[in-house]
Design a protein around this ligand. Structure first.
Ligand code: ASP
Length: 354
């Protein structure tokens, strides 16, 4: 009996016939970047930072109902944005040096090749939704500050107080200890707020048709200089999607990531054929190589943490962090069976040196 190749074999054979990394796509093509177009033949997959464990379940539920990948992952990250207990994102996020919560978010939609972002947005609990509106209804990509807020109000959002009592107390204690010579009494070290100054949620998803999207949303670095914008709302740094290849995103010190456009670099790594995990590790090595001396310890190890999350068109996923101890060493995944935390790869053991 003659055996016919399955659709999957056929597509994979087709993929193997594509140009190898570093070779031009086609003779006479103006596009000379290496391309790996991976056939969509896999179940949907959603990955997120560890605080997205509820989010990956929600996104998967929506994707299996046929909801678009971007709509699904924005619903996923909104769970954290609206959660006052998550003080790294949205409502309840730790404020800037003036005690004001300023939020950043960006998103990309692979099938339509569109992007949207907002930065230094005040008074709106769900910046990811506003970023999606920028993507969907404007010719722009990034709106900031007051303009971003006015835009949100036009779409029916309400200005709300984002500073929870817990975050306000944390800010008051930080300010009290800022300067030993000011007129605020210092707070004893045991009473200081133990929260690390970074947070954020990134979420990326691919559906069974190979449609990919990514979103990242954050309140940014706690106590930042008012107006400071991190990596999260920067397309190519905080997140990036190329529907032919995959998506990536980051959490951790934005200033370290922005110099390498880490999400873009990670997607480019996967385009060259790296596994998602290896692509994340390669980006982290580039970050270390581009880090200024003052952020390195005497052994050359970064004094900060940074994590990349990656997903390719086949639904293969990976994650790597600078340090093993970041967020207890895990990221969140749903690949059809259940939402679960999975251990990530890392460059260095333990926690960042002080
Ligand atoms: N990447 C965010 C920023 O730098 C913060 C974080 O992920 O913790 O704004």
């Amino acid at each position: 009996m003659t055996s016919h190749p399955s659709r999957r074999d056929f597509l994979l054979a087709g993929a193997a016939a594509l140009p190898l990394a570093g070779q031009p796509v086609a003779q006479g093509s103006h596009f000379t970047a290496p391309a790996v177009i991976i056939p969509p033949d896999s179940p949907p997959t959603v990955v997120a930072s560890a605080n997205g464990i509820r989010g990956v379940a929600r996104a998967m539920e929506l994707i299996t109902q046929g909801v678009d990948t971007l709509d699904a992952i924005v619903e996923a990250v909104k769970i954290q944005e609206l959660d006052p207990e998550d003080n790294s994102v949205g409502y309840g996020g730790l404020p800037n040096a003036d005690g004001v919560v300023q939020l950043d978010a960006s998103c990309m939609h692979g099938p339509t090749k569109r992007a949207g972002a907002v930065a230094a947005l005040e008074g709106i609990k769900t910046p990811s939704e506003v970023a999606k509106l920028v993507l969907r209804y404007t010719k722009h990509i990034l709106l900031v500050g007051e303009g971003a807020q006015r835009f949100a109000l036009q779409f029916g959002f309400r200005i709300e107080n984002l500073l929870t009592e817990e975050s306000r107390q944390a800010w008051l204690r930080w300010r009290a200890n800022l300067n030993p010579d000011d007129n605020y009494l210092d707070v004893p070290s045991g009473e200081r707020f133990p929260t690390p100054p970074t947070g954020t949620i990134n979420c990326c998803a691919v559906n069974a048709r190979g449609e990919i999207s990514s979103v990242t949303t954050t309140s940014g670095l706690a106590w930042k200089i008012p107006g400071r914008v991190g990596d999260s709302p920067i397309i190519g740094a905080g997140e990036y999607t190329d529907n032919d290849v995959g998506a990536a995103g980051s959490t951790g010190l934005g200033e370290a990531n922005m110099k390498v456009c880490g999400a873009f670099l990670t997607v480019e790594g996967m385009r060259r054929g790296l596994s998602p995990t290896d692509a994340c590790l390669e980006t982290l090595r580039r970050v270390v190589a581009t880090t200024e001396q003052r952020r390195l310890d005497p052994r050359g190890r970064p004094r900060f943490d940074l994590t990349f999350y990656a997903l390719n068109k086949r639904g293969q996923y990976g994650c790597a962090s600078m340090y093993a101890g970041y967020r207890a060493g895990h990221f969140a995944v749903h690949d059809g069976s259940e939402a679960r935390l999975v251990g990530f790869a890392h460059l260095y053991e333990g926690e960042p040196p002080s």
